[in-house]
Design a protein around this ligand. Structure first.
Ligand code: HEM
Length: 163
């Protein structure tokens, strides 16, 4: 699993808390290691293998009920963008897959693709992907999100006008 926020947003403890045999003193800064949860083989079979189909056979609530998968965080500070993200990610992914002809750069094989992660928000550092034929249109992801949000809103308006 590749959480965009590997430690979630830091929390500060406002009173002493006893957790199993540990006391977490008031004022401590607590980081939740979502990255490690996603690599724990007691929850996940072959956690390091890219197997999207694993989610077909299990039912997990990403809204904070199942702690095995808390990509959006949990509790009062859970990501407020969750409902938008769950709608936008399939639209974005579908649009990008449909709009570009994805190829690896000449001479690079998929097994040699550098999929190493950098610590921080959002990770892949691979620069080996190229999209043809519109490679000049590769935009920073923020711009793509903005454009796709506009496309989504426009198509929504068109849809409401047409229905
Ligand atoms: C796949 C997309 C997204 C993922 C995986 C994601 C993940 C997260 C995570 C893990 C947190 C920290 C939650 C915690 O510490 O408990 C967070 C916080 C936040 N997210 Fe997202 N997020 C996504 C999309 C969005 C979108 C689309 C928006 C806004 C439109 C958004 C706005 C925020 C804000 C404002 C916070 C801070 C909340 C706070 O501190 O109380 N996120 N997100």
């Amino acid at each position: 699993m590749h959480p965009p926020a590997p430690f979630l947003i830091p929390r500060r403890v406002d009173q002493d808390v006893k957790l199993f045999d540990y006391i977490i003193p008031k004022g401590s800064l607590v980081l939740v290691n979502v990255w490690a949860i996603g690599r724990d083989s007691t929850f996940w079979e072959e956690p390091l293998v890219f197997k999207p189909e694993r989610f077909q056979s299990i039912e997990l609530d990403v809204g904070g009920k199942d702690f095995d998968l808390i990509s959006f965080g949990v509790g009062r500070r859970i990501c407020p963008g969750l409902p938008l993200a769950l709608r936008m990610v399939p639209v974005m992914l579908g649009s990008m897959l449909n709009s570009f002809n994805w190829k690896l750069q000449a001479g690079i094989e998929s097994k040699n693709l550098n999929m190493d992660e950098k610590f921080g928000f959002n990770h892949t550092q691979s620069s080996s992907f190229t999209c043809y034929p519109i490679s000049s249109l590769i935009l920073p992801i923020g711009q793509q999100i903005l454009i796709l949000t506009r496309v989504y809103i426009k198509s929504y308006i068109w849809h409401s006008l047409l229905v």
